[in-house]
Design a protein around this ligand. Sequence first.
Ligand code: SF4
Ligand code: SF4
Length: 421
Amino acid sequence: MKTALDPAIKDTPEGIAADAILRSCVHCGFCLPACPTYQLLGDELDSPRGRIYLMKQLLEGRGVSASTQLHLDRCLGCRACESACPSGVQYGRLLEFGRALTEERVGRPAVVAAKRRLLGKIVPHTGRARKLLRAARWLRPAMPGALRSQVPETPPPPGERTLAWPAPRHARRVVIVSGCVQPTLGPGIDPAAARVLDRVGISAVASTGTGCCGAVSQHLSAHADALAQVRRNVDALSRQLEAGAEALVFTASACSAMLADYGRLLAHDALYAERAARVSAAARDVSQLIAAESVALRGVLRESARSQVPRTPQRVAFQAPCTLQHALSLNGVIEPLLLAAGFALTPVTDKQRCCGSAGTYSILQPQLSQQLLRAKVEALAAGDPDVIATANVGCLHHMRSGTSIPVRHWVELLDERLALD
Ligand code: SF4
Ligand code: SF4
């Protein structure tokens, strides 16, 4: 694609990167069938190719309007288009820049702007999010149905084992990075990962001094806030690498993808570039780390199986989050681990399709999000599973609101299987 970028943008680092991305698109349209919003709305401007065209216009200074903003807002940022694209177009990176520029140039109605600001002030902060959730649970009975489904019911108090971290005992040591919403919505997930890692010879400790990975603010195009969160985490995680941790692990695939991107995000920051690159190089999704130890895991599972009474395998429908599939390219890594642990996987159609969670999308685009949720839970339920497993807390929370089938993090299932010996 030929481009003629606005001179004010052309020679900036973002402009140079965006120009290269725009030029790599050959308009073939192979990405269109992979795009969930194009499938739902049937409008070229709600497809990757259409959005690339809108961003080209924007970057060339040929007009940006509320319509541009609408079509970019409707994008999930799922990056299914990247996996489908034969030309390697880095759509997600272009979207990040396109949205930031649109945010600068097109205003938003005061109520919408205030809602976005409020989300940015609450969601990335664990304490504030917890208080809001507590208040929402209290008000839940009085809420209308659609809103009520977004507020999870008060769960039973977690058992002692659920929250227990094994004492460090191995030479190999990793840090599990706590995110922002996961300690509230899934407090048992990180300890479960630590117990599984312990069984394969790796001690895991919880990170200190970290907070939200920055993805929530990034979704809201609040880039200054996102970068402040990224720098705080780079400071804290660099100290933990210096203290001997071999890897920095997230159990939420969206946060893993963000952590892997820190090096790029701070590449032009003289003070942080080197340390951010080191942090990204050490970033792992928990699935990568456990899959790399699959030989040890299979040994532990064999031992466990010998001491257990044989029973009918639990039927699991696995939902691969978009960040796992398209941002981290870890498609197909978790399923063999679940099979090795004796679970039976049920068939799931349209695996690449987003569940509609997508950061703050379920709050800001509720109608599209609900349509995607309905289609996703229908596809997952088709094989009559006992449980739905996922790899991202955002998807977990979102899917729980749309189905009566229990939804769990896959590492919790693995942990429970190991605990039976
Ligand atoms: S598949 Fe890739 S090259 Fe083809 S239109 Fe989509 S983004 Fe452009
Ligand atoms: S990121 Fe997802 S929703 Fe956005 S254009 Fe690509 S496939 Fe469509």
